[in-house]
Design a protein around this ligand. Structure first.
Ligand code: CTP
Ligand code: MG
Length: 242
């Protein structure tokens, strides 16, 4: 790849409405929930900034919040200089629309992009580095997956339709990394052909091979009320002295 197009940026998605959590949070969007005193999206920003290859961050917020969040981020970056470039973009209706909008915030120099759900605040710099290494080694796409421990069945009309071979299954996480041009092409095709997907690899894998690296059990997505405990537990756990 052209060395002048070798920068890596991350898109941090924070434009969802958190419907499954709305009742438990009193309507507060989950990406704004605080853990250890700062919002979930800032934890993600910190993890990506710890990896030197990551040059910049595109934050994607709900359109109505974008100006206010831009201001808030200015303050965050003033008190805690993460040493990365950054910008704010307004999100869209579906996750894939928010990613598409996020792509518009990338500079021309961005050869590879990592897409991350801000609802996964425990993402580690180690995992980001793992994905960066895969891309730097020539993978056109790379995603983290953890082995599935439950037996998974396809269910239709409350009946078992099929039992899947667990040894072949992986539960997929973010960040997901891609050649920027490839991800753009995938999103163009998705728009033209009406693909509806829940992650970016689902688009890209129709066009190119996507590598899999080991995910992290701790890299959970805050999705349902039960998951809020993870933000509480981590805050209240004290070392056992007994
Ligand atoms: N997301 C986004 N834009 C959307 C929808 C989702 O940026 N239009 C982001 C969310 O902010 C989240 C990530 O995509 O960080 C994963 O989505 P999900 O867990 O489904 O979050 P929400 O869509 O906010 O929650 P829900 O589906 O319960 O409404
Ligand atoms: Mg959603």
């Amino acid at each position: 790849m052209d060395r002048t197009m070798n920068d890596i940026w991350a898109i941090i998605l924070a434009a969802g409405s958190g419907t499954r959590l709305a009742e438990a949070t009193g309507g507060e969007r989950k990406q704004y929930l605080e853990y250890k005193g700062v919002p979930l999206f800032w934890h993600c920003a910190r993890a990506f900034s710890r990896v030197a290859r990551v040059r910049g961050l595109v934050f994607v917020f709900p359109p109505e919040d974008a100006p206010a969040m831009d201001k808030k981020l200015r303050q965050f970056f003033k008190t805690e200089d993460l040493g990365v470039q950054w910008t704010v973009v307004a999100g869209g209706e579906r996750r894939q629309d928010s990613v598409r909008n996020g792509l518009t915030g990338l500079p021309k120099s961005c050869g590879h992009v990592l897409v991350h759900d801000s609802a996964r605040p425990f993402v580690s710099a180690r995992l980001v580095r793992e994905l960066v290494d895969a891309l730097d080694s020539g993978a056109r796409g790379a995603i983290p997956a953890v082995p599935v421990t439950d037996t998974v069945k396809r269910v239709a009309d409350n009946r078992v339709a099929e039992t899947l071979d667990r040894s072949e299954l992986g539960a997929v996480q973010t960040p997901q990394g891609f050649e920027t041009a490839l991800l753009r092409e995938a999103h163009d095709r998705a728009l033209a052909e009406g693909w509806e997907v829940t992650d970016d690899a689902s688009m890209v894998e129709r066009l190119a091979e996507v590598a899999v690296v080991p995910g992290e059990a701790g890299n959970v997505k805050i999705t349902v009320p039960e998951d809020l405990k993870r933000l509480e537990e981590a805050r209240t756990t004290v070392p056992c002295t007994g």
